[in-house]
Each structure stands twice: as structure tokens, then as C-alpha cells.
Design a protein around this ligand. Structure first.
Ligand code: IPM
Ligand code: MG
Length: 389
């Protein structure tokens, strides 16, 4: 027996989703160019601790940034603003991915440094609200998720340009259970959304002397949406004749990243949201784990910088948050500095991070009282920067 009324209800829902997405297309069409931080009287950096170990590690990253930007803060060119309330408790209470008042505060900033936020899943004590990460990427239209992975001694120097607002994530929390037996989710691709991420990847390649950009899709199977992504990639590649443009399917790409002979050849990778999510975790693992990677979420008006790791609630329950390793969020802070035009300060921070986490490593963080605290690590980092001068 076909449930006609249920199909009608699902069609109704699908219609609403299409309207939402078409509105988004119109918004993208109306969008101007990237913000120019130089032309601002003041750059406002929002600091949003998030959940679990987030506030502890983010506070250390803020100390390091304030230290590097002390002259700019003094002159008023840069201001820090701490934004509380992006916690799972508050989000649950308000049943919102991002409480509206918090979103308003975020929108007053230009760039945001964000600690990890808890993403509820079925069975958790929280309502199944949308991930705060995903919501922020959508609300602030942070379409380019840039994730660098470097392992110099293995010749790995990759930069991933993950599309951050569309694909399986666009309406990921709005699928439809048509009947008890049939569930449907949707993957969304738009011309505007695809063009801007692919162009961003090629522009990055061009500006940084990269000679190859690789698209990763599953266009042989997901023919409409991934097919469109790949068609647009090939079209845009024509504007960059000096850059080799090739494409791989996600399955074989996942395999090639562990192929020591071939993986060195990849440079810049551009890919739809879900493939980017998966491949960047795999890639970060070669560098020492997701805890070592920073991630930039860039849009034309706003940008947000975060660690890829989670909120580690257990560390807080056991009173160990002060021992949590802040290096990933500090690395995100270095990306932030670079993004707003302080590349010399970012370089110093990267160099100091290398010294403190790889070459000299005078302090070891173990996540417990057998190692240093995040605060001690930040002190060590600032001393190291001081000595670089
Ligand atoms: C990431 C994370 C997020 C994602 C989660 C926390 C929603 O895995 O930033 O890669 O899936 O994008
Ligand atoms: Mg992920």
C-alpha cells in the first residue's frame, strides 16, 4: 500500500528545502568581494571558548595572540572580544545550534577564534540540535575550509580546500523520514557555491607557487552533484593554464594518501564538504593526529579559526582541562594572524610552535599532571618567540 499522504508531506518538505536553497543562491549572487582588513579602523577578534576543554585551551591561544598583537591592541587597530555562551548547556536550553544572542555577538566581529563545541548525537542527554560548527559555517557563510597538512621529512605539503556550506552538510539535519521504512537525505550543489571554492583553491595555488590542483569527487556515481562540481572545476581550470588540474575519485584518493611514493605529488586539493571532512582527518593523522591540525573557515565577510579536535568532556570531568594541549588552537591562531595580514607574526608563531613541539620540546604535555599545563606551554611558547627577535 503506497502511503500517498506521506509522500505528499515529504514533497512539501522537499519544496521548502528547495526554496531555502534557492534563496541562498540569490544571496551568493548578491555577495561582494572579500573584506579588506587593511581598510578597517579596527579589527575585532572574537574569542569563543566553546565546550569541554575549549575555554581552557582557547584562553591560552588568546594570551599568545594578545602578546603578539600587543602594539596593535594598544593603538586600537585590533580588539579582542570574549564571547561566552556557545556551550552545549546553553544551546540545549535554548534548543538552538547557536543561541541567537551569541550569533549577534559573533556578527559584531571580523574574525573568530573558536574552541571545540559538542555535537550532540542520538542517545546523548542533549536535544539533537545541529552542530554549532556547521551552523556557524552556514550562518556566517564560511565557505572555504582550509586545512594545511605538512610533514616536511616525508615531503608532504598539502593544502585542502574543503567546501564548507553545501554538499551533504547543507541540509544534513533536515532529511526526511518519508515513512517508518524510508529515510532520505539530500546533497546540495550550486554553481555559485562550487565556483567560489574552486576559484579560492586555484587563487591560493597561484599566490603560493603551487603547480597542481586536484579535485576529489565521486562523480562516476553521484552524477548530478559531484558531476557538477567536477564540470565547474574543469571549466575554471582553463583560467589557470600554468597549473596542472587533475581529478581523482574519493575512494582511490583515500588510498593514494597512504602511498608513500605518490602522495608527495599532491599539493592543493579541492573537494565537496563530506569528502573534505573525511580526507582531512586521514591527512592530519600523518602529521601527528587531528589534535595537531588547525583549520580556517573563510568567507567573504567573516572568518573563523578552530582546532579540528573535539571538546574532550572527560578531561574536564576528571579535572584535567588545564593539562589539555592548546597547540592546535594556537596553530589556528597563527592562521588567523596570517589571514588578517600579520604574516610576519604568524611566521614567528609557526617557528616557535615547531621549536616547542618538535625540535626543542622542553615541555611535554601528556593531558595529565605528569606533564605541563596549557598555561606553562603558552609561557614557553611566548619565551621562545621573545628569543626569536
Ligand atoms: C570537522 C568536524 C565537524 C565536521 C563536526 C564537529 C561537525 O568533524 O570540522 O571536520 O563534520 O565538519
Ligand atoms: Mg571532521
Amino acid at each position: 500500500m503506497i502511503a500517498t499522504d506521506k509522500i505528499e508531506a515529504a514533497k512539501e518538505r522537499f519544496g521548502q528545502l528547495l526554496e531555502e536553497q534557492l534563496r541562498r543562491v540569490e544571496e551568493m549572487k548578491a555577495q561582494g568581494d572579500f573584506i579588506d582588513y587593511n581598510s578597517l579602523d579596527q579589527i575585532i577578534i572574537g574569542v569563543c571558548g566553546g565546550d569541554g576543554i575549549g575555554p581552557a585551551i582557547t584562553a591560552q591561544a588568546q594570551r599568545v595572540l594578545e602578546y603578539l598583537l600587543k602594539d596593535e591592541v594598544k593603538s586600537g587597530k585590533v580588539a579582542f572580544r570574549v564571547i561566552d555562551g556557545l556551550t552545549i548547556e546553553r544551546r540545549a536550553e535554548e534548543n538552538a545550534a547557536i543561541p541567537p544572542a551569541v550569533l549577534e555577538e559573533l556578527k559584531q566581529c571580523h574574525v573568530i577564534l573558536k574552541g571545540p563545541t559538542t555535537t550532540p548525537r542520538k542517545g546523548d542527554p542533549w536535544p539533537n540540535v545541529e552542530s554549532a560548527n556547521v551552523a556557524m559555517r552556514k550562518e556566517l557563510d564560511l565557505f572555504a575550509n582550509v586545512r594545511p597538512v605538512r610533514v616536511p621529512d616525508q615531503g608532504i605539503d598539502w593544502t585542502f580546500y574543503r567546501e564548507n556550506t553545501e554538499g551533504a552538510y547543507a541540509v544534513g539535519s533536515k532529511g526526511v523520514n518519508v515513512t517508518e521504512d524510508l529515510g532520505v537525505d539530500f546533497t546540495v550543489v550550486t554553481t555559485q557555491g562550487t565556483e567560489r571554492i574552486i576559484r579560492a583553491a586555484f587563487e591560493f595555488a597561484k599566490a603560493n607557487g603551487k603547480t597542481r590542483v586536484t579535485a576529489v569527487t565521486k562523480a562516476n556515481i553521484i552524477k548530478t552533484t559531484d558531476g557538477k562540481f567536477l564540470d565547474i572545476f574543469r571549466e575554471i581550470a582553463k583560467d589557470y593554464p600554468d597549473i596542472t588540474a587533475d581529478d581523482w575519485y574519493i575512494d582511490i584518493m583515500t588510498a593514494k594518501l597512504v602511498d608513500e611514493k605518490r602522495r608527495k605529488d599532491f599539493q592543493v586539493m579541492v573537494l565537496p564538504n563530506l569528502y573534505g571532512d573525511i580526507l582531512t582527518d586521514e591527512a592530519a593523522e600523518f602529521q601527528g593526529g587531528v589534535g595537531t591540525a588547525g583549520s580556517a573557515n573563510i568567507g567573504k565577510r567573516y572568518a573563523m579559526f578552530e582546532a579540528i579536535h573535539g571538546s574532550a568532556p572527560r578531561m574536564v570531568q576528571e579535572g584535567r582541562d588545564k593539562y589539555a594541549d592548546p597547540s592546535s588552537i594556537i596553530r589556528a591562531g597563527a592562521m588567523l594572524l596570517n589571514h588578517i595580514g600579520y604574516s610576519d607574526k604568524a611566521d614567528k608563531l609557526y617557528r616557535a610552535l615547531d621549536i616547542c613541539t618538535v625540535t626543542e620540546k622542553k615541555l611535554v604535555l601528556t593531558g595529565r599532571d605528569t606533564g605541563a599545563t596549557g598555561e606553562e606551554f603558552a609561557d614557553y611558547l611566548m619565551e621562545t618567540i621573545e628569543n626569536l627577535k
